[in-house]
Design a protein around this ligand. Structure first.
Ligand SMILES: [Zn+2]
Length: 69
């Protein structure tokens, strides 16, 4: 059931599903923070889990964290 993600697959996912770019070149696991570049030019760090599942696909300036209702 566990999908194994590689840095290449993550890069593809980021490209297809967001406007951000992946800057990290290595992926060591779901708990690792990856470095992204937002369309506004800011870099931001996030785990891939948050990026994917929580739809946190921009930096905190463009997409401030919200408490879910
Ligand atoms: Zn931004």
């Amino acid at each position: 059931m566990n999908k194994r993600w590689t840095i290449d697959k993550i890069g593809e996912f980021v490209e297809k599903n967001s406007d951000s770019k992946l800057l990290s070149t290595e992926y060591h696991g779901f708990s690792q923070k990856l470095l992204f570049k937002c369309t506004c030019g800011n870099n931001f760090e996030k785990t891939f889990t948050k990026f994917k599942k929580n739809n946190q696909r921009k930096c905190e300036t463009c997409q401030p964290p919200k408490a879910s209702r």
